[in-house]
Ligand binder design. Structure first.
Ligand SMILES: Nc1ncnc2c1ncn2[C@@H]1O[C@H](COP(=O)(O)OP(=O)(O)OP(=O)(O)O)[C@@H](O)[C@H]1O
Ligand SMILES: [Mg+2]
Length: 409
């Protein structure tokens, strides 16, 4: 329906709201994206409203938002969409993702201080000199923005006591926050927080602490795995927005957007769309990959497949056995079934299953564990060989017998 309305609007060279009353927001977004030729953005109206409310709240009292969800669910898309909306209100924002092997502190400080990456070191030194009121602060900031210190500058910093270094860090952070506010920056987004190393995490933690007293809205994007499986204490004050599945109408419009009409006959295209929507379970990156593969019912999207296999390679023998056992038992498995399996393997404690949760493979629910996504379950299941499958079946049957043996016959 979204595609038809948008095509009609394009054909008659009018906007979609000229053709129909009360245009739903996902359709409006879809039509805008098609007409502009860029990536569409659908659904997430509730999340955008939440972000806007938190942002407004931040004008009177400090607030922060943590956007979390599985890989590819749309955290970055949501954050960027919100920041785009802010731009229309003449407010500035800064978006800095954590990237592998990249100097986050350098990019973050340069973004806030409006220092271009192309600027040569001598010019950067001039900018920093104008900001810092002491030599030590000047050296400290130079290091943050990625200018190589000379030996005297390095010596001066390396001989400071930890408490003096702590004070300098706080001063430099305060200066960053002040500069951000002076340049009318009202929101700062740090994306991919889960990928940060300990030094970067320390920096971000300190920045959050210092900016708490200021009117800077912080948005943190993260996949809830590893250290972030459960919110750490220093993020407890942030409001969590957990991204789940896109709703049906958003999936329909996204599927239409990614379908190339020439690729298959219309009846097969419709089948591909429906199968891909079903298997994607409302996950936009998976939906896109399935549609683009034109084999929505068979393939596993490559990024998801690779991530899952990479994760499996890191597991211990017991964890792999446990995971395959759970997969054979179903997409969701009761806690007592897992307990039974671990007792047979003479494993005490919940570490193996806790690790699977922290790796983003399983989700804990009230009385069971569920695979994080239907396709993660299917990938694991596809790796179980027939002989294993029989063994797991015997396990489950034995477990059922054990469970009911105390009942009168
Ligand atoms: N609301 C949405 N509407 C349309 N497309 C979306 C939406 N959300 C995500 N997508 C698409 O899905 C893909 C993955 O989105 P995105 O990169 O935002 O996910 P992510 O959660 O940030 O992933 P990662 O965990 O890898 O950082 C992108 O191609 C993006 O355009
Ligand atoms: Mg992202």
């Amino acid at each position: 329906m979204f595609r038809t309305v948008t095509h009609l609007a394009c054909f008659f060279d009018v906007s979609v709201d000229y053709l129909m009353e009360d245009v739903p927001l996902p359709l409006l977004n879809y039509a805008k994206a098609v007409q502009k030729g860029d990536e569409p953005f659908v659904g997430r109206d509730w999340e955008l409203v939440q972000l806007q409310q938190l942002y407004n709240l931040n004008l009177s009292s400090q607030s922060a938002a943590c956007i979390q969800g599985m890989q590819g669910v749309g955290k970055t898309a949501l954050i960027k969409r919100f920041l785009d909306q802010l731009q229309h209100t003449n407010k500035h924002s800064v978006y800095v993702p954590i990237e592998p092997n990249d100097a986050f502190t350098r990019r973050f400080c340069r973004a806030i201080l409006c220092i271009s990456n192309d600027l040569d070191d001598a010019s950067v030194r001039l900018v920093i000199k104008a900001l810092a009121n002491t030599s030590l602060l000047y050296f400290y900031l130079l290091d943050w923005v990625g200018v190589t210190l000379d030996s005297a500058e390095r010596y001066a910093l390396s001989h400071l006591s930890p408490s003096r270094l702590g004070e300098l860090e706080a001063l430099a952070m305060t200066l960053l926050v002040q500069k951000a506010l002076e340049s009318s920056v009202s929101a700062i987004a740090i994306d991919n927080l889960h990928a940060a190393n300990s030094k970067q995490l320390h920096f971000i933690e300190e920045f959050i602490e210092i900016s708490k007293k200021q009117r800077l809205f912080l948005i943190l994007g993260l996949t809830d795995i590893g250290l972030f499986t459960y919110p750490p204490d220093w993020l407890k004050h942030a409001h969590t927005i957990s991204l789940g599945a896109l709703n049906d109408s958003a999936c329909e419009s996204l599927a239409s957007f990614y379908t190339k009409p020439q690729s298959l006959p219309p009846s097969q295209l419709e089948l591909l769309r429906q199968l891909s929507i079903k298997r994607s379970n409302g996950h936009p990156a998976i939906l896109k990959a399935l549609i683009e593969s034109t084999q929505g019912d068979k393939v596993f999207p490559e990024p998801l497949y690779k991530t899952t296999i990479r994760t499996l390679l890191e597991l211990t023998h017991v964890q792999v056995s446990l995971l395959k056992f759970i997969a054979c038992a179903g997409m969701a498995v009761k806690v007592e079934v897992i307990d039974y399996f671990l007792s047979i393997k003479s494993v005490t404690g919940i570490k193996p299953v806790h690790d699977l949760v922290c790796l983003g493979i399983l989700c804990p629910k009230s009385n069971c564990y569920v695979f994080r996504h239907l396709l993660i379950w299917e990938i694991v299941l596809s790796l179980v060989i027939d002989s294993d499958r029989k063994e797991w079946k015997t396990f489950s049957q034995r477990q059922k017998k054990e469970r009911y043996k105390h009942l009168p016959k």
